[in-house]
Each structure stands twice: as C-alpha cells, then as structure tokens.
Design a protein around this ligand. Structure first.
Ligand SMILES: O=C(O)COP(=O)(O)O
Length: 246
C-alpha cells in the first residue's frame, strides 16, 4: 500500500502541523462493533445463575454502551429487583469472566465498518480505538474479529487516569497513536463520545445507528452519519479543515 498521507495545507489553516497525519479515533461498542449480543449473553448467564428471567438483545442494546454494571442493573431491575452496589460488585467478576470467554461469539463489526477502516488506512489516515471497555477486553475483541492490526493505539477505560468523557482518555489515545488533536476526529455513538471530543478539542462524527444517539449527542456532533460509506477521506479532511476556520 503506497498511498501518501493526505496533507493538511498549513498556509491557510495554521496552526495545523504541515506534515501531520490525520487520525480517526473510533469508539468500539455501538460504533465499530455490535457487541450487544455477547454482552446480552453474559448478562443472561448471570441472571440464570440468580434464577431470574433472561432479557432479549433488543432490550439490552440501548444500554450496551454504558458498561457492565449498568447492564447488570438493567437485568436485575427488569426482574423487579433493585441491585445495590454490593450485589453489582458480586456479579461483576462473573459477568466479565463469561463475557471474556464469549466476547466474539456473535459480536460483529457493523455493516461497512471494515471497508471504512481499509479505505481510511489506504488514504493515509492513522486509526485508533478509545473505548470505555477495559483495554484487555477491547484488545481481545479486536484480535478475535481480526481487525486489531488496523489500529496504532487501543485504549480502554483503565489505560489512563480518566475515561471518556474525561479528555485525558482521548488525548492520551491521540498521543499513543502518534497523532495530533487538531488533525484528529472522534467517531462515536453516544453523548459520552461527543462530549469527550468536545473537551479534548477534536472534531466529532456521530453514527446514528449506534446504541444511544440521543439529542444531546446530535447537538454536539460536527457531523452525523447513518452508514459507514459516508465516512470517507475527503469528508473527514473537510471536517478537519474547519477546525481553524471556526
Ligand atoms: O463498555 C463501555 O462502557 C462502553 O464502551 P464504548 O466506549 O466502546 O462504547
């Protein structure tokens, strides 16, 4: 692959570094990969052990980007039980063990996601992951789906001192990937992602097919897309150029 990195023309758009390679930072759950089926599987395993009814994946999907504790809480409250902190803390290792062992049984990249990674890499973009999943789980999922090799950095909720929407998480990811915030774009599906981008000073793209594309997320996003085919190099470069034009 001999594609030259796209150049951002600094004569018009200072202070963007002249030779900076643009970076696209992807959220994972609900953006790049539909992880809801295996998260639901881990939840239902815990519910079955507790003698409680299972939940359908469609009931879990809107909550699937909120982390294991929130998913467990959902399952218990659907059975009419308010799970307190002790209950959640007890259930968490069971949930995570089960999820770790079945992390890619049914989870799949969203339609067009792998083509978009291929296209952007071919156009000279760097790619990274910034997820509120634990880093080890994120790495395992990406390896099992055979897409880990696309990313210059894979950063989870425990990689840095803060997690999204704390800008430390996103700026740390940009730094580890060898990128630069003014030429980096966050692609995500929730208000947490859009808020993180805003606080870190990155441009943002909201995918509206994800788990929680709420009105607040729409309001903060610089661009909203409904399919991966809309995420192409020229669209992203135009978005980057508006940084210093604002
Ligand atoms: O697991 C979570 O808490 C959410 O993960 P995400 O940041 O990839 O959406």
């Amino acid at each position: 692959m001999n594609a030259q990195p796209p150049r951002i023309h600094s004569a018009t758009f200072d202070p963007i570094p002249r030779d900076a390679t643009p970076l696209v930072v992807f959220d994972l759950d609900g953006t790049l990969v539909d992880t809801a089926p295996d998260l639901t599987g881990a939840l239902n395993y815990c519910l079955a052990e507790a003698g409680l009814p299972s939940l359908d994946v469609d009931a879990v999907r809107p909550h699937a980007g909120r982390g294991a504790r929130a998913i467990l809480q959902l399952g218990f409250s659907a059975a009419g039980i308010t799970a307190d902190e002790t209950c959640l803390t007890n259930q968490l290792p069971r949930f995570l063990d089960r999820y770790n062992a079945h992390i890619a049984d049914a989870s799949m990249p969203f339609s067009g996601a792998v083509d978009a990674l291929e296209r952007l890499r071919g156009a000279g973009f760097k790619l990274a992951i910034c997820t509120n999943k634990m880093e080890a789980l994120a790495r395992r999922l990406l390896v099992e789906l055979q897409i880990a090799g696309y990313f210059s950095a894979i950063c989870g909720s425990d990689t840095f001192a803060g997690r999204k929407p704390d800008p430390v998480h996103l700026l740390g990811t940009v730094s580890l990937a060898g990128g630069s915030a003014p030429v980096s774009i966050m692609v995500g599906d929730t208000d947490t992602d859009m808020e993180a981008a805003r606080r870190a000073g990155l441009r943002s793209v909201l995918v509206d097919f994800g788990y929680d594309p709420c009105p607040a997320a729409h309001e903060k996003a610089d661009l909203v897309v409904s399919r991966f085919s809309e995420i192409d190099a020229s669209t992203l470069l135009r978005l980057i150029e508006t940084v210093s034009a604002d």
